[in-house]
Design a protein around this ligand. Structure first.
Ligand code: HEC
Ligand code: HEC
Ligand code: HEC
Ligand code: HEC
Ligand code: HEC
Length: 185
């Protein structure tokens, strides 16, 4: 099957082209992986929003992501939560009000907001915010300095990253923290 496909491709002189295209894709993938996390752009989001201005104005992370203390899931704010402030709060810069107006018209249209997820683990990984927040692990250790970002940016959250920190915990806890069943069950 693959043999005859290869023969056909060779006859059509497509093989060199395909090989070149594959090499390009591999090179791009390696380049992307090496430059991580800097090179990964944040996904496009449905409304303008800047973390930096909100955190600078004194809004706490857990005000908008209250799940971190009690559950696995941090949660993303609803339009209602945004409007709890923006029904009356006006930004300092008039240019920013144009962005807030987009929020207001979305709210008036009664269309729920669907933020595009930035951090998402595959289904076979069990992650829970609660034990981390309870142990005093800062948001920045896993998400980068969100207080300086506009939209949240992708950050390196692979298995090695988890294990690296788990190995540094109190010796009596390490065995459990690095055993496969702790994160995969
Ligand atoms: C606790 C109050 C509060 C909540 C909740 C809040 N904001 Fe704001 N927002 C502010 C303040 C204060 C400013 C002005 C900051 C400044 O002028 O520097 C602001 C500014 C803005 C701006 C203009 C500057 C920027 O950050 O782009 C936009 C757009 C905005 N908010 C959207 C949102 C959205 C969308 C939500 C919900 C996800 C939200 N806000 C929730 C208080 C809030
Ligand atoms: C030990 C690492 C770690 C720490 C500390 C951490 N997070 Fe997370 N966070 C994650 C991982 C991993 C995910 C992806 C979870 C998934 O897909 O199941 C995530 C997801 C999120 C999400 C996406 C939405 C959701 O509902 O889960 C938000 C928002 C978030 N974190 C906010 C925070 C805030 C705020 C803090 C600090 C109070 C924090 N995180 C601390 C690792 C961490
Ligand atoms: C005023 C509300 C607000 C505050 C305060 C806020 N966030 Fe967010 N956060 C959002 C919104 C809206 C999104 C979705 C847009 C985006 O991805 O940036 C988000 C997304 C995130 C995500 C990406 C979630 C995912 O997987 O899609 C992380 C991580 C996060 N915030 C962490 C933080 C941390 C850490 C702080 C405090 C330094 C913080 N946030 C403060 C509203 C807020
Ligand atoms: C910066 C350090 C750090 C990083 C990164 C980190 N963790 Fe943790 N993790 C901890 C600490 C501290 C605890 C709590 C240990 C204790 O005191 O019980 C913990 C606990 C856990 C637990 C609960 C274990 C139990 O006792 O049941 C799970 C599950 C877990 N982490 C999964 C993850 C996953 C998945 C990742 C990567 C996405 C991750 N962690 C990344 C520090 C970290
Ligand atoms: C502290 C949490 C944690 C522990 C402990 C852990 N893993 Fe993982 N594992 C992860 C995360 C997070 C991913 C997802 C990585 C990604 O999305 O890139 C993952 C992914 C994987 C994958 C998918 C392939 C890959 O590399 O993406 C395999 C297979 C795997 N783990 C096996 C294991 C085995 C076997 C053990 C025990 C020796 C183990 N893991 C222990 C967190 C953990």
């Amino acid at each position: 099957m693959t043999d005859s496909l290869l023969r056909k491709l060779r006859r059509h002189r497509l093989l060199p082209l395909i090989a070149a295209a594959l090499m390009l894709i591999v090179a791009l993938a390696i380049g992307g992986a090496v430059l991580l996390p800097g090179v990964l752009a944040a996904p496009a989001q449905p409304l303008p929003f800047e973390h930096s201005k909100h955190v600078a104005a004194g809004v706490q992370c857990i005000f908008c992501h209250p799940g971190v203390q009690t559950s696995a899931v941090a949660g993303l704010p609803s339009l209602n939560k945004c409007m709890g402030c923006h029904a009356s709060v006006t930004p300092k810069d008039p240019k920013d009000q144009a962005d807030v107006n987009k929020l207001i018209s979305q709210w008036e249209s009664r269309q729920p907001i669907r933020w595009v997820r930035v951090f998402e683990q595959p289904d076979f990984v069990q992650f829970n915010h609660r034990p981390h927040v309870a142990a005093g692990v800062a948001c920045e250790s896993c998400h980068g300095d969100v207080a300086k970002m506009g939209y949240a940016q992708p950050y390196n959250l692979n298995m090695g990253f988890c294990l690296n920190c788990h190995r540094k915990q109190a010796p009596e806890k390490v065995t459990k923290l690095i055993s496969c069943e702790t994160c995969h069950y």
